[in-house]
Design a protein around this ligand. Structure first.
Ligand code: GUN
Length: 291
């Protein structure tokens, strides 16, 4: 039969349409939301992601400004760029695309973004609010998008055994917090590179969120019948049968035949990340206009 598809494109379109009227309201009050994206260097994947974010802004009538800095830009230059965006009253949201060039202190850059303009939700103030169980602020976009997608499918997570693979500050750790938060009420295990017997953790899971960036690491045979699979991975792998590359997730696609629900790759989590960024940008603009 195959798993039900957790369709991020359909769900993201719903988020975008619900944002339209809020953007109109802001525009009528003379303050259309404005997102500034800083990209340092020429990592091809990052440029593709940033372009998708700009296109979403264009679709929604959110103003966006992209600041391209060379890979050789100094830490002080990146910090000064963030500082000028902090000071600019016309900018509502600031995003510094990760990864930054090797050796640059990403956390220090994140710390410097004003929390109220931190549309990535990575600033310690915003992550701290999440740890406190306050879910009304600027939440990290990918985990927030996953939660929205699960809710959209009307899935009740109460008491489910959730396994999150990956412990990054961008996805894994905030994902675990959101799943365990009051209202979601899953029981969460975070699996990482030092975890022993990852397979048995996966076999016991009712919900797997895979965010490790390792192609097809989670085998279909590890997936319990009826489990829910959310695949955050988007990996480019060489494929001789198509004489080029193909995209795959962190979970084998065959898991589809045992799972109850599964996200496609692409078209699952990716569109939700962008929709949540748009949502955070609108929220940041609203908060700043009313404060
Ligand atoms: N790189 C990969 N995902 C993200 C994200 O959500 N935000 C930023 N700033 N960089 C990323």
């Amino acid at each position: 039969m195959g798993a039900n598809r957790l369709d991020g494109k359909v769900c993201a379109a719903k988020v975008e349409s619900s944002l339209s009227s809020r953007i109109r309201d802001l525009a009528e009050r003379g303050s259309s939301p404005h997102l500034a994206v800083v990209i340092v260097g020429d990592d091809p994947a990052s440029h593709v992601y940033v372009r998708s974010k700009e296109r979403a802004c264009e679709r929604l009538g959110i103003r966006s400004t992209r600041i391209d800095l060379p890979a050789a830009a100094s830490f002080d230059k990146v910090l000064a760029t963030v500082e000028s965006l902090n000071q600019d009253p016309d900018v509502d949201g600031i995003l510094v695309q990760s990864p930054l060039p090797r050796g640059m202190d990403e956390l220090a850059i994140t710390d410097h973004i004003l929390p109220e303009k931190d549309v990535d939700g990575f600033h310690p103030v915003n992550l701290g609010r999440l740890v406190q169980g306050r879910l009304d602020g600027l939440l990290p976009c990918t985990p927030a998008g996953v939660m929205y997608l699960l809710k959209f499918a009307e899935l009740d997570l109460t008491g489910l055994k959730a396994v999150v693979l990956g412990r990054s500050r961008i996805v894994g750790m905030p994902m675990a917090l959101l799943l365990a938060a009051k209202g979601a009420d899953a029981t969460v295990t975070v699996v990482h590179s030092r975890t022993t017997d990852i397979e048995s953790h996966c076999r016991g899971a009712d919900l797997i969120v895979a965010a490790v960036g390792r192609p097809e690491m989670v085998k279909a045979a590890w997936v319990k019948t009826g489990a829910i699979i959310v695949d955050v991975g988007i990996n480019r792998v060489e494929d001789s049968s198509v004489k080029g590359y193909r995209l795959c997730g962190d979970v084998e696609e065959d898991a589809n035949s045992v799972a109850s629900y599964m996200t496609p790759v692409p078209g699952g989590v990716g569109p939700m990340t962008i929709a949540m960024l748009m949502s955070n940008t609108v929220r940041a603009a609203e908060m700043r206009k009313t404060s």
